[in-house]
Design a protein around this ligand. Structure first.
Ligand code: HPA
Length: 270
């Protein structure tokens, strides 16, 4: 890889993080809770893509949370902004090169089950890549043949479940289906998604998890449900609604992240 981004971050004092977190729409507030934080705009980091989506700040924040060192990416670039499924390759490869133990991904998503109502938080346990795109297309060598069994790390999932229980927060599981966006799904697509085994629909996360597994990172993903899927309610999903509900409902997800990530990932974690 080109180590310019890693070297710049090391020079800025970003040591080996215990955790890395990608903060989706409306979830940037998590980074404000980090102690002794320094923040670096993406435009200052070689190879980090800008996100033009409202609700995504576009900076890396590093700081402490309890006993853990955390790097948070406040905002992500999406496939639909660039037409490049590997748009997040440099940030993710850089997080791996810094030696982070795990990558936690967050997103806003549409819910396809009654218990995945707007405002709920769900633990993603698997995904369906419905976009037909893969960030590893074009790579050569054998590292591209990435196994995706347990891509969403069961032991990390158990940590989030235990933290949710301590907070008395419901944390249903869900399978996340990636649609490219930026248009929302049709009602027929949402019915299909549910028939095929999806519980959540969204426009991010999946290419990032594929890249993260490619670079050997353990992953967990959390969805903040901002709406029922298209056709499952009167009206239509919208970006405005996504932003509004994400802002209003982000407190639970941020509390869950804070409760889970304050302890570093220990070697004893199987
Ligand atoms: N579909 C896709 N992405 C989303 C949705 C949705 O219903 N809600 C928030 N992000």
């Amino acid at each position: 890889m080109d180590y310019a981004a890693r070297d710049l971050l090391r020079a800025a004092g970003v040591g080996r993080p215990d955790w890395a977190v990608i903060l989706g729409t409306g979830l940037g507030g998590f980074a404000d809770a980090l102690e002794g934080a320094i923040s670096i705009p993406y435009e200052a980091i070689p190879g980090f893509p800008q996100s033009g989506v409202s609700g995504h700040a576009g900076r890396l924040v590093v700081g402490r949370l309890g006993k853990a060192r955390v790097v948070a990416l406040q905002g992500r670039a999406h496939f639909y902004e660039h037409g490049d499924a590997a748009i997040m390759r440099t940030p993710i490869e850089t997080l791996a090169a810094l030696g982070t133990g795990a990558l936690i991904l967050t997103n806003a998503a549409g819910g396809l089950r009654p218990d995945l109502a707007p405002g709920s938080v769900a633990l993603v346990t698997d995904h369906i890549n419905f976009s037909g795109r893969n960030p590893l297309i074009g790579e050569t060598g054998d590292a591209r043949f990435v196994p995706m069994v347990n891509a969403y790390d069961p032991a990390l999932g158990a940590r989030f479940r235990a933290a949710a229980a301590r907070l008395d927060l419901a944390l249903p599981d869900g399978v996340y289906m990636w649609f490219s966006g930026p248009s929302f799904e049709t009602p027929a697509e949402v019915r299909m998604a549910h028939l095929l085994g999806a519980d959540l629909v969204g426009m991010s996360t999946v290419p990032e998890v594929i890249l993260a597994r490619r670079y050997g990172l353990r992953c967990a993903a959390l969805s903040l449900v901002t709406n029922f899927g298209a056709g499952l309610f009167d009206g239509a999903p919208s970006h405005d609604e996504t932003r509004r509900v994400a802002a209003a409902g982000s407190a639970n997800l941020i509390a869950l992240l804070s409760e889970t990530l304050r302890e570093p990932l220990s070697e004893s974690l199987a």
